[in-house]
Write a protein that binds this ligand. Sequence first.
Ligand SMILES: O=C(O)CCC(=O)C(=O)O
Length: 248
Amino acid sequence: MLSEAQQKFYQDNGYILVEGLISAREAAVLKTECHRLADRLSRHQNIDATWGSARDTFSEAKNTRLLHCHNVQFESAAFSRLIVDERFTDVASQLIGSPDVQLHHNKMFIKPPEKGSPFPLHQDYPYFPHQGMSMTAAIFHFDDAPLEKGCVRVVPGSYKNGPLPHDSTGSHHLSPADYPLEMAIPCPARAGDVLFFNYMTIHGSGLNTSQEARTTLLVQFRRPDDLPLTTIHDSRGQGMMLRGVNRT
Ligand SMILES: O=C(O)CCC(=O)C(=O)O
């Protein structure tokens, strides 16, 4: 569970890194699971998810790659167990102020060594706008993510200003001229750490220029009574209860 100081930090900044939420050993097992999954999927489909806007924004990103899979609980039971793990769901419940926590979606990302794609700064709100502010991301780190691996970066306190106009040609992103990646602070993490941030928090990440892959799972969750404004991001598994019950 989060301390009062951690909860205050989250209220002030719209993000918090929870260190060692799972052990380094558990993270290593899940990392292997992710890489096996990527290998399986790559045999019969292109699983690159690099944003067009990343290629347009960063000259170094012309030939980068980002391996991904949505809703990994349908691929391996190890992920099903992780997303309902109480160490995670108790923190999630505290952050959204609800005993009930509902899955929106999740996605595995592997940024391959030396050429892992970046993300221009953006809010997640335009992808799946909701009535309220409970939508929150949790990024599980399955290996260390220092700056040179393209760790996630956030703009502290930015969630308080609400939705901003995004360029939505291809992928939703903020104007790189007005919101350069460098304005966000890096959140380097260790294997087992989980970074939580609100869907209004401006965030992005740099290129992985290191010799090792960066392996993460992003779990997006909400209060069950925080309803979507549109159905633009319906996905398989959405609405699964991760904690508590659906009282709506
Ligand atoms: O994993 C990252 O580097 C950032 C992911 C992200 O910004 C997103 O999926 O919205």
